[in-house]
Design a protein around this ligand. Structure first.
Ligand SMILES: Cc1cc2nc3c(=O)[nH]c(=O)nc-3n(C[C@H](O)[C@H](O)[C@H](O)COP(=O)(O)OP(=O)(O)OC[C@H]3O[C@@H](n4cnc5c(N)ncnc54)[C@H](O)[C@@H]3O)c2cc1C
Length: 310
């Protein structure tokens, strides 16, 4: 059994989600090779080689791979797929962009958002917004799998794998072209890999309140900030803060939900947090059913007191 893990990177360093997907890839058994495909991405390839459990890094360089568009990356993966039994990536925006294309080109089904590896051909994945766990057995000769990062611990550093340059001529630009990227520069930890997440909901009433009450607390706690969809839809928080079924799935050590009712679609994104704290003025809010600690009260009073106490 040999697995090809597709690294997610910014040409300089490898994302935490890849270290988590590596843990899952190793659970399949056999060797794991990591593909680092990009432009001037030697530093990312060297970093991938240091992850514990990597047998080899495949380093692909091409202008067409500079922005890691789905078409050239998928074409490259398919060209390299021959010797591999499984092709694995994290179920992030990047992985979800490329892997369905790979599966279609290989004419196999994709096994999406896997939360546990039962055996090399059998996987667990959540369905119905996390309310049921499906066990999927695949008879495909090649498994194309995306991994839910929050379900796996990141592989540690400590490896020293060889880096092999591979022919990237299959990575041909398709019909899509890179136009631009507007990136939010975060001083705080990234939402999906943060140890602590503090999230706000509709209760904040404005973007100004959202920032005023959550940011100082997040900075003191070293936490990432999340939001309910209601808060995002109302414009209180940017789209990439959204936690839940149609947002990001997080599993931090501590999740603090402030003024969030606990709709099932929100719980789908955070209920695997180790410790959940809920602050809500309604004692019957559903969030208290999943909370380890609940504080009933007005967040506009509680949050400043909390910050002062820190
Ligand atoms: C297909 C689909 C996908 C969805 N995906 C997502 C998703 O990914 N993520 C997500 O979050 N939602 C998602 N939703 C929306 C979800 O159903 C809820 O509407 C949303 O989560 C509600 O957000 P909220 O808890 O902030 O708002 P509300 O449900 O309005 O809750 C606000 C809470 O704040 C409390 N409150 C009010 N004022 C105060 C105060 N001063 N102090 C303390 N507490 C206060 C209230 O008691 C209430 O419990 C989805 C819905 C659908 C249909």
């Amino acid at each position: 059994m040999t697995t090809l893990l597709i690294a997610e990177h910014d040409n300089t360093s490898v994302k935490d989600a890849t270290a988590r997907a590596l843990t899952a890839a190793r659970a399949l058994g056999g060797d794991v090779h990591v593909l680092v495909a990009g432009k001037d991405c030697g530093a990312a390839a060297a970093e991938a080689a240091k992850l514990d459990g990597v047998a080899k890094v495949l380093h692909a360089e091409s202008d067409a791979l500079g922005h890691q568009l789905a078409e050239p990356v998928a074409a490259l993966i398919v060209a390299l797929a021959g010797p591999y039994d499984a092709i694995v990536a994290a179920a992030t925006s990047a992985g979800k962009n490329v892997m369905p294309r790979v599966a279609a080109l290989l004419d196999v089904m994709q096994i999406s958002d896997v939360t546990a590896i039962v055996s090399p051909d059998t996987f667990e994945r959540p369905i119905y917004a996390g309310n049921a766990v499906e066990t999927v057995q695949s008879g495909d000769a090649k498994k194309v799998v995306t991994i839910r990062p929050a379900a796996f611990k990141p592989a540690e550093a400590g490896g020293n794998a060889p880096v092999e340059t591979v022919d990237a001529s299959a990575a041909i630009a398709g019909k899509t072209a890179f136009v631009g990227a507007e990136l939010v520069k975060l001083a705080r930890p990234e939402l999906t890999s943060a140890r602590i997440v503090i999230s706000g909901g509709r209760a904040f009433q404005s973007a100004e309140n959202f920032r005023k009450y959550l940011e100082p607390l997040a900075d003191k706690l070293g936490a990432a900030i999340g939001a309910s969809r209601a808060a995002v839809d109302a414009g209180y928080a940017p789209n990439d803060y959204q936690v839940g079924q149609t947002g990001k799935v997080v599993a931090p050590d501590l999740y603090i939900a402030c003024g969030i009712s606990g709709a099932i679609q929100h719980l789908a994104g955070m209920k695997d947090a180790k410790v959940i704290v809920a602050i809500n003025k309604d004692p019957d809010a559903p969030i208290f059913q999943v909370a380890d600690y609940g504080l009933v009260g007005d967040l506009f009073t509680i949050l400043p007191e909390f910050e002062k106490a820190l």
